[in-house]
Design a binder for this molecule. Sequence first.
Ligand code: XBP
Ligand code: MG
Length: 254
Amino acid sequence: MNSLQALIFDVDGTLADTERDGHRPAFNKAFAEAGLPWEWSVELYAKLLAVTGGKERIRYFMDQFLEGFEAPADLNGFIAGLHQSKTRFYLQMLQEGLIPLRPGVARLLGEAREAGLRLAIATTTTPENVTQLLEATLGKASIGWFEVIAAGDIVPAKKPAPDIFVHALEQMNLSPTECLAFEDSENGLRSSLGADLPTLVTTNGYTRDQDLEGALLVIDSLGEPDAPFEVLSGDAGASTYVDVALLRDLRARA
Ligand code: XBP
Ligand code: MG
């Protein structure tokens, strides 16, 4: 049995609850700036989250939810331009401190570093969205806590494909049995399980009712000593928040 060596974190929905009040309004600001009468409501965005990747999500919206829109000749350029301005608006929100880390994230990262566990990120969003979130919430030095920040277009296929987690494992020269992955969604879980990574899921408003079969533990947050998590599936024993001891126990039982 390999011992636990590393933790690999998803970003959106896992490190921070970024989708409903972060990425979604940033998309809407980009559409308004481009003079497009498109407005992604909270409800519509729930449907659009079936597709990971902001550029891919815009195309999915145009294909599946738009009637009679005359797409420009250079569709890729049009979408890339919208996504660049959306990213500019999203980075602005991060810089203004509008998107905090989820409960337990800062604490667990600190405990993991104390325990000598290696850290990595595997996300569909862009690298700059990751580094800006870390800088805004934990300070610039926290970017260096992560040996690998595997993000966005660095892999050919986005989640639910396993590529981004496989890439992180390869970069760290680790086998999945030495690691635990942290995710928030069905797409993310399918990606980490596709890379044979034992996975903890912390749900959010968009993902609580998804099919999270296969996760080691499904909880509503990492919890804090004074703010216990709710266990939605799996066995957390007597623990009421995620710490390194619980992670080691879960890994041993996986
Ligand atoms: C979630 C995603 C991302 C974000 C939007 O990523 O699918 O596409 O929704 O960010 P993860 P971008 O859960 O893997 O962190 O517009 O930069 O793609
Ligand atoms: Mg996610």
